[in-house]
Design a protein around this ligand. Structure first.
Ligand code: ADP
Length: 268
């Protein structure tokens, strides 16, 4: 607690009062602490790929450049690390926009089911060479929902990418919906490594990873789910996780319906 005192007196006259202002500094201190941690995290996340880049470039300079086998491999690493830094900076810019309350949602009415089919068709094309099967638990009738499609596509892409990243070879990923009176739940379920119970609530925090080295090797920035959470909340929804170690993980996104009486065009 921080206290400021001021005395009340008329010119040089007697003191007639005292004003005490008490500030609860715990909240301020918490914010300052979080900011320091965030800056430390960002610096660390950028330094790691930069150090890697530097050492590979030095190796190229020291002769690997003329090695038919090493040169393309080292350049490949340099490219992967650069791409990850670009992803990281893009994620950071997005978070900074959201921190400034600068998320303008461009919401329209869509058919939730058609949108999910589209997303899954795209992923099925992408994982063709991997041994992963997608199962769709989607109704045959359309479900109308009002979303910013680009932003929600980013959210669902991130969640499905995680499911793929943490799935074993031959794993099944199930994507489906549960429809309630006041909203729709989208779920993405995998048969991957799972997340220990004590870490589950932290996965939506910025830069939190259960296994840092492993997640980094898989190309993650540690910001995907933090961004997803903010996007979903900007839509008035919630995001959650349930997971069993070595059994799999299920991420759920709950989105509210908007008034069905509102007459506006559907966009496919
Ligand atoms: P990352 O870029 O590291 O994937 P995310 O914010 O997307 O960052 O996820 C945070 C962490 O949550 C991951 O590093 C991982 O430890 C854990 N996680 C997310 N999705 C899954 C999943 N489907 N299975 C197991 N762990 C997961």
């Amino acid at each position: 607690l921080e206290a400021n005192f001021s005395v009340i007196r008329h010119e040089d006259g007697p003191i007639t009062g005292l004003i005490t202002v008490l500030h609860d500094v715990t909240e301020q201190e918490k914010i300052a602490q979080e900011r320091r941690e965030f800056v430390a995290n960002v610096s660390h996340e950028l330094r790691t790929p930069l150090t890697t880049l530097k050492s590979y470039m030095e190796a190229l300079e020291d002769g690997a450049l003329h090695d038919q086998e090493l040169a393309p491999r080292f350049l490949g690493v340099a490219q992967t690390e650069t791409e990850r830094m670009i992803r990281l900076v893009n994620d950071l810019l997005q978070l900074s926009k959201m921190d400034r309350d600068d998320v303008r949602l461009n919401k329209h009415h869509y058919n939730l089911i058609a949108w999910l089919h589209e997303v899954l068709d795209r992923f099925e094309m992408m994982v063709k060479d991997k041994n992963i099967e997608f199962v769709r638990k989607l109704p045959t009738y359309p479900v109308r929902i009002e979303i910013d499609r680009d932003k929600m596509t980013q959210v669902i892409d991130n969640i499905i990418s995680n499911a793929i990243k943490y799935s074993p070879d031959g794993g099944t990923i199930t994507v489906g919906t549960d429809l309630h009176e006041d909203g729709a739940t989208i779920f993405v379920k995998d048969e991957g490594m799972g997340i220990p119970r004590e870490n589950q609530h932290k996965i939506f925090q910025r830069f939190y990873r259960v296994d840092k080295a492993r997640a980094r090797n898989l190309g993650g920035t540690g910001l995907g789910l933090a961004i997803a959470k903010e996007m979903v909340e900007a839509h008035g929804g919630t995001i959650g996780v349930s997971s069993e170690l070595r059994q799999g993980t299920m991420i759920t996104i709950q989105l509210p319906y908007t008034s069905i009486y509102e007459e506006s065009r559907w966009e496919e």
